[in-house]
Write a protein that binds this ligand. Structure first.
Ligand SMILES: Nc1ncnc2c1ncn2[C@@H]1O[C@H](COP(=O)(O)OP(=O)(O)OP(=O)(O)O)[C@@H](O)[C@H]1O
Ligand SMILES: C[C@@](O)(CCO)CC(=O)[O-]
Ligand SMILES: [Mg+2]
Length: 354
């Protein structure tokens, strides 16, 4: 028995970091995916292990099921239909299980993803032998939501074998979860994201679960439909960083300068709301596509300035900003910043060479 699941990465058009503090943010899924294959052995295989293969990294991890049971069975593993956070005790046991695998030092950043895998697998599938294979089109730790995509794809693969979930809607050749079941999937993925991010807002797993474009505030999702043919260039600075540390840095700054940071977060909230209104405004209203793009460019510049004041820009991001400005193009970082990817709006008239 085998199932293959996929989940998309994302770009954040406005509101990253501030969304962790209750501001509105706008995000869109992108057509780069993380894929997870789940396979259960047959009795003839005589295999009593849980294996995780990270194909792109050429890494394989393997745990005897008895070892996983010993580590986790007395810690109150939740039921598949009630997503729950990994307790501190369970996290300690999972850290020991990950440590036993001796991840090479140069790949140690994978430990949080492997921990999220163990929590999601044990919670949803229990203590069954299986082989799980992961591949991804997304660059890891670059702002395109690789952590959310793996959590959503893992949760989707694990839940698809659960009795309570019905996967029968056809979507671009893939079976899709019914709408009412996406919430369960999203809540599990959020629990995985917590292990990677520490304090996620939930925007990344939500846009990866639901796809298309969303407006997100304080855990609440509004699905939005763009009436603008927006084209974004994504530049990867290839400067590595870690979302958990960046999110923690912004929280520390907001504790040091509460009033000032509240103004920053409120300004981001207004920017995201205005951006969302422009994107959704009907074609043929008072403003032309070019006028709407000019407004979006200005909002992106303002959002980037506020991200800089949160302390999450980086010299490599500034280089991209300066380079695109030479061509009168507006850019902003996307995702957690500190390196990673930068978005540049490509106005439609450039694409038409007018
Ligand atoms: N395909 C994968 N295989 C294994 N681990 C992964 C994979 N994708 C993501 N991860 C885990 O997620 C971590 C990256 O998550 P992080 O949140 O720092 O960056 P991101 O999600 O790519 O960017 P952002 O959160 O800014 O959108 C990796 O270090 C790894 O632990
Ligand atoms: C930086 C952040 O706002 C977005 C990361 O893609 C973190 C989060 O919302 O969880
Ligand atoms: Mg992430």
């Amino acid at each position: 028995m085998e199932v293959k699941a996929r989940a998309p990465g994302k770009i954040i058009l406005s509101g990253e970091h501030a969304v962790v503090h209750g501001s509105t943010a706008v995000a869109s899924s992108i057509n780069l995916y993380t894929y997870v294959t789940l396979r259960f052995p047959t009795p003839a295989d005589n295999d009593d292990t849980l294996k995780l293969q990270l194909k792109d990294m050429a890494l394989e991890f393997s745990w005897p099921i008895a070892r996983i049971k010993e580590a986790l069975s007395e810690l109150g593993i939740p039921n598949p239909s009630t997503p729950a956070s990994c307790s501190i005790e369970a996290m300690k046991s999972i850290a020991a299980l990950v440590e036993e695998q001796n991840i090479p030092e140069a790949k140690i950043f994978l430990a949080s993803g492997v921990s999220a895998f163990l929590w999601l697998y044990a919670s949803i599938q229990g203590f069954k032998p299986a082989t799980v294979v992961v591949t991804s089109e997304l660059p890891l730790g670059s702002g395109l939501g690789s952590s959310a995509a793996i959590c959503v794809a893992l949760s989707a693969a694990f839940l698809s074998f659960s009795d309570s979930v019905n996967v029968d809607l056809n979507h671009q050749g893939w079976l899709a979860f019914a709408d009412e079941e996406l919430d369960l999937l999203n809540r599990w993925a959020f629990e995985g994201e917590k292990i990677v991010h520490g304090r996620p807002s939930g925007i990344d797993n939500t846009v990866s679960t639901y796809g298309n474009m969303i407006q997100f505030k304080s855990g609440n999702l509004t699905r939005i439909r763009s009436n603008l043919p927006l084209k974004m260039l994504i530049t990867n600075t290839k400067v590595g960083r870690n979302t958990k540390a960046l999110v923690a840095g912004v929280s520390e700054r907001s504790l040091r300068h509460q009033d000032a940071m509240n103004f920053v977060f409120n300004a981001v909230d207004s920017i995201s709301k205005e951006l969302s209104t422009i994107i959704q405004s009907p074609i043929g209203d008072d403003l032309s596509v070019t006028q709407k793009e000019e407004k979006i460019e200005e909002l992106m510049e303002m959002n980037q300035g506020l991200l800089q004041s949160m302390g999450v820009s980086h010299a490599s991001i500034e280089t991209v900003l300066r380079t695109t400005l030479k061509y009168k193009l507006a850019s902003k970082l996307t995702g957690a910043g500190g390196g990673g990817c930068v978005l540049t709006l490509l106005p439609n008239c450039i694409l038409l060479f007018c």
